[in-house]
Design a protein around this ligand. Structure first.
Ligand code: SAH
Ligand code: SF4
Ligand code: F3S
Length: 480
C-alpha cells in the first residue's frame, strides 16, 4: 500500500537547494505495508510537526524523504529498494541537500546494511524509535553522518501522541491499540521487526476514540497484529470493544487482526450484542491443512478453525468473514494445497488476501525448513486460490442483490462524482448514485447488482426507507 501525507499545517515552500533550519524543513513521508504502518506514519507526522517540521505531499519540494517500510515479503522490500534508489539519484542531483530516511520494518531488519554497506540512506529508525526522530534528523543533518535507532521496546505504545491523520475531517480512522507480536508463526518476520507484544492503556484508546467522535469521525478500526491478546489490567479485547462501542451508538467499530487460536465466545458475543461493533471478522487461516498449519506454527488445526467459523455463524448470524492465505509454504504437497481450496469452499469467505510464500531470513521456517516449492508451482497454486475466491466472492455478492444495507458513506466513487462509495456493516464496498447524500452519512441502500469486489445499489427513497424501517422494527418485535 502506498499512502502519502497531504500538506498538514504548513504550506509548501519553493524547492530548497540550500540547507534550511529544522523549523522550515519539509518532510515527504511515504508508507508501505499494513494498516499498522499507516497508523505509525500518523504518529511520525505528529512527532515531526511538534518539532516544527512541515509535511508535504510533493516529494520534489522535500528536504527530507522518509519511507515507512514493510519487510513481510521479498517483493515488498524490493519495491522499497527501488524507491530508495530513485531518491538517492535525486539526492545526487541536489548535491546532497536531500536527506533520506528508512523507517519501519525494513529498518529494523536491515539496520546497518542500508546505512553502511549500501549507503542508501542517511537515517534508519525502527518502529519503536519514532520519538527519537527529531534527534536523529538533527544528528544526521548537522554531522552529515548516518544516524540510527532500531532499539525495540517492551513498553512503547505512543499512547500520548495524537496522530496527525492525512484525512483530517474524514469518516474513518485507525486507532492503534497494541504493538508487536509474540506468536512467532514460522513464516513471519513481524515478531523480529516489531518486537514483543504490548498493549496501550485502555483510557488513552477511549480518549482518542472520543476525540475522533468529537471531530466527526463515524468509524474506527482498532489495530494490532493480534488484537485478541490485548490486555490492560482487567480489560481484555472483548471488554475494550464494549467500552469503545459505548462511546457513541453512531460510531462503527472494526478491528484487525484477530488470531484464530484465541478468538473467544466472549468476543463473538460482543459482535452480536453491540450493534455498532461491525458484523465482520478478519480471521486469517493461512492454510487449510493441519500438517501445514503445524509447520507454520499457527497453534490451531483446520478442524478447530472450521469449528470456530461455525461458532461465529451460530452466535452472529450473517457475520462476514475474510482471511489471509499463503500458497507454496515449505514442503506443501498438491494434496495439502487442495485442502486450502476445500477449506475456502467450506467457509466461503467474502474477501481474502492471498500470497505466495516468501522466505524471510531468520524466521523459524528459514532456519528449519527448505523453501522447496518451485516458484511456478507457488504461483499456479496462488492463481487457483485467487480464481476460487473470486468465484465465491461473486456468488456471495449475488446473494446480496435485493437486500438493503445501512451504508456509511466514505466519499465519491472513483469513477464518477455523481456516485458515492461506502461500506456496509459487513465491510462490503457499495457504489450508488448520490441523490443528495454526503460523506459521513449513514444511508440505506438497496443492492441492485455486483462484481466480485463491489456491490452496486440505489438509495432507498425516504418513504420506502420509513416502510423498510417499520418492517424491520416489526420483524424485531416478532422475533422478540
Ligand atoms: N498478524 C496477522 C498477519 C500480519 S502479516 C495475523 O496473524 O493474521 C499479513 C499477512 O501476510 C499474513 O496473514 C500472511 O498471510 C502474510 N505473510 C506473512 N508472512 C509471509 C511470508 N513470509 N510469505 C508470504 N506471506 C506472508
Ligand atoms: Fe506474524 Fe503470526 Fe504474529 Fe501474525 S500472528 S504477525 S502472522 S507472527
Ligand atoms: Fe509489513 Fe511490518 Fe506490517 S512487515 S505487514 S509493515 S508489521
Amino acid at each position: 500500500m502506498l499512502y502519502n501525507f497531504p500538506i498538514a499545517g504548513q504550506p509548501d515552500g519553493p524547492p530548497e537547494t540550500l540547507r534550511t533550519p529544522s523549523a522550515a524543513r519539509q518532510v515527504y513521508l511515504e508508507t508501505y505495508g499494513c494498516q499498522m504502518n499507516v497508523s505509525d506514519s500518523e504518529i511520525v507526522a505528529s512527532v515531526l510537526q511538534e518539532h516544527g517540521y512541515g509535511l508535504t505531499t510533493d516529494a520534489s519540494r522535500a528536504d527530507i524523504v522518509l519511507i515507512n517500510t514493510c519487510a513481510i515479503r521479498e517483493n515488498a522490500e524490493q519495491k522499497v529498494r527501488r524507491r530508495l534508489e530513485y531518491f538517492r539519484a535525486r539526492k545526487r542531483k541536489t548535491q546532497g541537500a536531500l536527506s533520506i530516511g528508512v523507517l519501519g520494518c525494513m529498518a529494523e531488519r536491515l539496520r546497518h546494511k542500508l546505512l553502511e554497506q549500501e549507503q542508501l540512506v542517511d537515517l534508519v529508525a525502527g518502529p519503536d524509535a519514532y520519538r527519537d526522530l527529531p534527534r536523529l534528523l538533527e544528528a544526521s543533518y548537522e554531522s552529515g553522518q548516518a544516524a540510527i535507532n532500531v532499539q525495540l521496546s517492551r513498553e512503547e505504545t505512543y499512547a500520548d501522541i495524537a496522530p496527525v491523520r492525512p484525512n483530517a475531517g474524514g469518516v474513518t480512522a485507525f486507532v492503534s491499540i497494541m504493538r508487536g507480536c509474540d506468536n512467532m508463526c514460522a513464516f513471519c518476520v513481524v515478531p523480529f521487526t516489531r518486537g514483543r507484544e504490548r498493549s496501550r492503556p485502555a483510557t488513552s484508546i477511549l480518549d482518542e476514540c472520543q476525540q475522533l467522535i468529537d471531530a466527526g469521525y463515524n468509524e474506527v478500526t482498532l489495530l494490532g497484529q493480534n488484537v485478541n491478546s490485548y490486555r490492560d489490567g482487567n480489560v481484555n479485547f472483548a471488554e475494550l470493544l464494549v467500552r469503545v462501542s459505548m462511546l457513541s451508538p453512531t460510531l462503527r467499530i472494526r478491528y484487525s487482526t484477530s488470531h484464530p487460536k484465541d478468538c473467544t465466545d466472549e468476543l463473538l458475543h460482543v459482535h452480536w450484542e453491540r450493534p455498532n461493533v461491525c458484523n465482520y471478522i478478519h480471521l486469517p487461516v493461512q492454510h487449510g491443512n493441519t500438517q501445514v498449519l503445524r509447520r507454520m506454527r499457527r497453534g490451531y488445526t483446520a478442524n478447530h478453525y472450521l469449528g470456530l467459523i461455525d461458532r461465529a455463524r451460530t452466535l452472529c448470524p450473517g457475520i462476514s468473514l475474510s482471511t489471509d492465505i499463503i500458497t507454496g509454504f515449505c514442503d506443501e504437497t498438491e494434496a495439502e494445497h487442495q485442502d486450502t481450496l476445500a477449506l475456502m469452499e467450506a467457509v466461503r469467505y467474502d474477501h481474502a488476501y492471498m500470497f505466495m510464500y516468501s522466505e524471510r531470513p531468520d524466521t523459524y521456517a528459514a532456519r528449519k525448513y527448505e523453501d522447496n516449492v518451485p516458484p511456478e508451482v507457488k504461483k499456479r497454486r496462488l492463481t487457483e486460490v485467487i480464481t476460487l475466491q473470486n468465484r465465491i466472492a461473486l456468488e456471495n455478492n449475488r446473494k446480496e442483490v435485493g437486500c438493503t444495507h445501512t451504508v456509511l458513506v466514505e466519499g465519491r466513487s472513483r469513477r464518477s462524482a455523481a456516485q458515492l462509495r461506502g461500506r456496509t456493516d459487513s465491510n462490503k464496498m457499495v457504489v450508488f448514485d448520490r441523490h443528495g447524500a454526503a460523506k459521513g452519512q449513514y444511508v440505506r441502500v438497496r443492492i441492485t447488482g455486483c462484481t466480485s469486489a463491489t456491490l452496486l445499489g440505489e438509495r432507498v427513497p425516504a418513504q420506502r426507507r420509513l416502510a423498510t424501517h417499520m418492517r424491520e422494527a416489526g420483524t424485531l418485535l416478532t422475533a422478540a
